[in-house]
Write a protein that binds this ligand. Structure first.
Ligand code: DGY
Length: 326
């Protein structure tokens, strides 16, 4: 019997390729960056399964071009690039890769928090430029973490892992989430508050919610104005949760102390993005899950979800189970 046909839209790690080998007949995009839309739309006409990346726009037009498609297995926990309703209408199963990247993403969020708080990048540049001539008591003063309040927007697995790190540093935890998380509250001494209260009382605000129609632009000028002028904003979730122009205004006019950003409204972020000119902003190129273990796990899981769906088993992580339960 012919093997199912699969397209992999970016080169995945060997852990994932090993799982695909012999189970499906696959082609993998080996070019620079993501494949152009016309390449993706051409490939999709012939395939049973797609192993997708957050850069792929998977919408109604895409599904219309894919008469044989049964599954889109996303190599990410986030799936805001996929029109889930359209997928369900077309009977296409959508899978994702949670859990394996929780700790790595929380690690990066906390790394950014500390880097901004202690002005790591600014100080490093000052030293490397040969400007360090003497030591003085008020040089490059930063912010403490102990006894401060960490406000977490989105209290799922990654938000809770961030809270765990905050607790380890002696911080109090508040969170804003659509549903209460009583077990995590008990474990972490966390308190559920309104978004307004969180913004008002937090010394650090870290964003961990998915990008949805409710969270798009959640943090705009009005919300940033509610934050303390000494506060730091961390975003490792999705760039579009924050209004980037408003954030630039807040940071350049100094009514917000600093920001650590791993995600942007447009990615890759253009070099002339105004935020990049600010010394109180620390940036990373969307690297939350970029560790050997996490990316290996994501590749393995995305490949296994795909194979399970194509071989008639229920994949471990399904976003639209209605397709299976029909
Ligand atoms: C995710 O898994 O959603 C990360 O942001 C990587 O894209």
């Amino acid at each position: 019997m012919a093997l199912p046909k699969v397209y992999v839209s970016q080169r995945i790690l060997k852990e994932g390729r090993d799982i695909l080998e012999g189970q499906v007949s696959y082609r993998m995009w080996e070019g620079e960056g993501a494949p152009d839309r016309d390449i993706l739309l051409r490939e999709v006409q012939f395939i049973d399964g797609l192993l997708s990346m957050p850069a792929d726009k998977i919408d109604e037009e895409f599904f219309q071009q894919a008469p044989h498609l049964k599954v889109v297995s996303q190599h990410a926990v986030g799936f805001d690039n996929i029109d889930i309703e359209a997928a369900t209408r077309h009977g296409v199963l959508i899978c994702n890769t949670p859990d394996v990247l929780t700790d790595a993403t929380a690690d990066l969020a906390f790394t950014l928090l500390l880097a901004v708080a202690r002005r790591l990048v600014e100080c490093s540049g000052y030293l490397r430029r040969g400007e360090w001539r003497t030591w003085y008591p008020d040089m490059w003063l930063g912010m403490d973490t102990a006894r401060k309040t960490l406000g977490i927007i989105g209290f799922g697995k990654i938000g809770q892992a961030m809270a765990r790190r905050g607790r380890g540093f002696g911080m109090s935890i508040v969170y804003f989430n659509p549903s209460p998380k009583p077990e995590a509250e008990k474990e972490l001494g966390a308190r559920r508050v309104s978004l307004d209260e969180l913004l008002r009382i937090s010394d650090y605000v870290s964003i961990h919610c998915p990008l949805t129609s409710e969270t798009r632009g959640l943090i705009g000028e009005a919300e940033l104005k509610k934050m303390k002028s000494t506060a730091i904003l961390i975003n490792t979730a999705r760039g579009l949760v924050v209004d980037q122009r408003a954030l630039y205004k807040a940071l350049s006019e100094k009514w917000l102390w600093g920001a650590g950003l791993d995600v942007f409204e447009v990615e890759p972020v253009p070099a002339d993005e105004p935020l990049l000119s600010l010394s109180n902003v620390t940036v990373m190129p969307h690297m939350g899950s970029a560790t050997l273990d996490s990316r290996g796990g994501m590749s393995r899981l995305a490949a296994q979800n795909l194979i399970d769906a194509l071989q008639g088993r229920r994949p471990a992580y399904v976003v639209n189970p209605e397709v299976l339960d029909r």
